[in-house]
Design a protein around this ligand. Structure first.
Ligand code: AMP
Ligand code: GLY
Length: 410
């Protein structure tokens, strides 16, 4: 069962239309059903305390408490936590008053990054190349409820890397590394989005770099949260920049990443429910994660206009054809299905017609023994799918093709 659910989730089981921020309603449902395991997907209910509320009923929950989820819910909390625990990150300053921030950016060296403190659905970060841009970003931030505090941060140059661990607060199990593609257009141009595609594993994350990330970032973070009395049980996601001087943290998230997960999970070999339950009930040390030794690429197809205002209700064709291709999987995100009458040979029948119903409509994943094969499979499946105004990047995974280690010290 899922809530609030989507048409794609309805194919897997019952969906309950309870809003994602309705902690009371979701708790009442759990009280009634007493599920063996609850997995909380998005950040908002985590920050609002849904995990705490369900644990108070004695239920097993995959997802951190609201205190631990602050690591994503407040960027000021996260930055202060990074400093307290000596985690490598960009230099920063925090402002309560936009006028003071305005004063500060006058003398800053550029590029510079401005961020809202609170959850902003991916819209609270501005990378600014000059003072004029920074002033415009500040004006935007001044209008945002989530920006009661503003962070001005040093710009970090390098390659982005998404690194996930599943943890019960003591044991940490890393997932293969992945790379997201945030900007809307090819070659990382245009405004940032929730993510336009991902590949996994990322060749730049060598076993040596993975060890460094685990030892200097992930383990101290999980131990730090436990030591502060807010143990983290769930998925801890580090957004990193890797440069010649090593990995540095951009941010933490308290949940699986989108679209990295649509690339990662087809590589997973084990029993996901068993793994997440072990994280929920503190027995993760008994689990050994296994992964297919292959590559995966997920290409996001979005609606015309996204990440700005976008059109919906366009008919989508070719989903079955794409899904039937070997090594291709289509994940439906912003899709709704409406019944439509068709007449064939004088007989009437009703078929479900998929329509676009969101900014990011589909995640189309291709698998392969090389990154090149995975790219080909993903784009072959993408080309079978059509809807009016469909947009996708044509360079997802391209960076990985000839990518070697970026930081691989002896
Ligand atoms: P965040 O939500 O903090 O991960 O920021 C969203 C995106 O903005 C990141 O994925 C980066 O592409 C970019 N970004 C954020 N902070 C920085 C920074 N300090 N230096 C360079 N790019 C950044
Ligand atoms: N891939 C970006 C995010 O999930 O926040």
């Amino acid at each position: 069962m899922s809530a609030p659910g989507s048409t794609a989730l309805a194919e897997l089981g019952e969906v309950k239309p309870i809003a994602v921020d309705n902690v009371e309603g979701l708790t009442a449902l759990a009280k009634d059903m007493r599920p063996d395991l609850t997995v909380i997907g998005p950040e908002l209910p985590l920050v609002l305390g849904l995990a705490d509320s369900l644990r108070n009923l004695g239920l097993d929950v995959f997802g951190p408490s609201s205190e631990a989820a602050k690591i994503e819910g407040s960027k000021v909390f996260a930055k202060d936590f990074m400093i307290r625990h000596n985690l490598p990150t960009a230099n920063y300053a925090v402002f309560y008053d936009p006028a003071e921030a305005k004063n500060y950016i006058k003398d800053a060296s550029y590029p510079i990054v401005l961020k809202a403190d609170g959850l902003s659905a991916g819209k609270g970060v501005f990378v600014c190349g000059n003072l004029e841009r920074a002033k415009a970003a500040l004006a935007e931030l001044s209008k945002m409820e989530s920006a009661s505090r503003i962070i001005v941060e040093e710009y970090l140059a390098g390659e982005e890397l998404s690194f996930f661990v599943i943890t019960d607060g003591r044991t940490l199990l890393p997932l293969p590394s992945a790379q997201d593609h945030k900007p809307i257009f090819d070659n990382d141009r245009g405004p940032n989005t929730g993510g336009m595609g991902a590949y996994a594993p990322a060749p730049l994350c060598t076993p040596k770099l993975e060890k460094i990330i685990m030892e200097t970032i992930m383990r101290p973070a999980v131990e730090g949260l436990a030591a502060e009395g807010t143990p983290f049980r769930g998925l801890l996601y580090a957004g990193l920049i890797v440069s010649l001087s090593g990995p540095k943290l951009l941010e933490f998230n308290a949940r699986f990443g989108d679209p990295e997960t649509q690339a990662l999970m087809p590589l997973f070999k084990g029993d996901l429910a068993k793994t997440l339950l072990a994280a929920a009930n503190g027995t993760l040390h008994e689990i050994d994660l296994q992964w297919h030794d292959r590559y995966s690429v997920c290409v996001v197809m979005s609606s015309k206009g996204y990440p700005g205002p976008y059109a919906t209700g366009e008919a989508i064709t070719g989903l079955d054809e794409a899904n039937a291709m070997p090594d291709a999987i289509v994940f439906e995100a912003g899709v709704s299905k409406v019944p439509r009458k068709v007449v064939t040979g004088g007989t009437e029948s009703w078929v479900e017609t998929p329509l676009t119903n969101g900014g990011r409509v589909l995640g189309v994943t291709g698998l392969g023994d090389t990154i090149g094969q995975a790219i080909d499979t993903a784009y072959k499946a993408v080309s079978a799918i059509k809807f009016e105004g469909a947009h996708y990047r044509t360079d997802i995974g391209a960076k990985a093709v000839n990518q070697g280690p970026l930081y691989d010290p002896d």
